[in-house]
Design a protein around this ligand. Structure first.
Ligand SMILES: [Cu+2]
Length: 141
């Protein structure tokens, strides 16, 4: 009779050990899966841009006003607004329009042009083009 009790106790211990092992395994699996998605997305974005150009937006001009890129290449424009009002960088003929950059802020805008030529860039904020906030985008072969 006492032998049976020992077997029941052993069986209970075995169930407990399996449950504890299962909990530990689940915890470590959750930890290892967390960092992988963020690291893969950051590497793909840095490989995408082939030419990086910084344009300073101020009241009311682009610096440099003229930028040159190659046809078909990925361009990453960094737009730094050092002015006192919001600005942007737009090329109407190519349907390029950067985000609106608030004073003191920096924004990035990526694009690719498939047409060779010289195009006019402007700031489309009301009145800025008339105040001379224009430039040129030159696309070479
Ligand atoms: Cu402007």
């Amino acid at each position: 009779m006492p032998k049976r009790r020992i077997w029941t106790a052993l069986a209970a211990l075995l169930v407990l050990a399996v449950l504890l092992a299962g909990c530990g395994g689940g915890g470590s699996r959750q930890q290892s899966s967390a960092p992988s998605p963020s690291s893969s997305s950051s590497t793909s974005s840095s490989q995408a841009a082939t030419r990086e150009i910084t344009v300073v937006l101020s009241d009311f001009k682009f610096e440099p006003a003229e930028i040159t890129v190659k046809r078909g290449e990925r361009v990453r424009l960094t737009l730094q607004n050092t002015g006192t009002v919001a600005h942007d960088w737009t090329v109407r003929d190519l349907n390029l329009a950067s985000p609106r950059v608030q004073p003191g802020q920096t924004a990035t805008y990526e694009f690719t042009v498939d047409r060779v030529g010289t195009f006019t860039s402007v700031c489309v904020e009301a009145g800025h083009e008339a105040l001379g906030m224009t430039g040129r985008l030159i696309v070479e072969n």
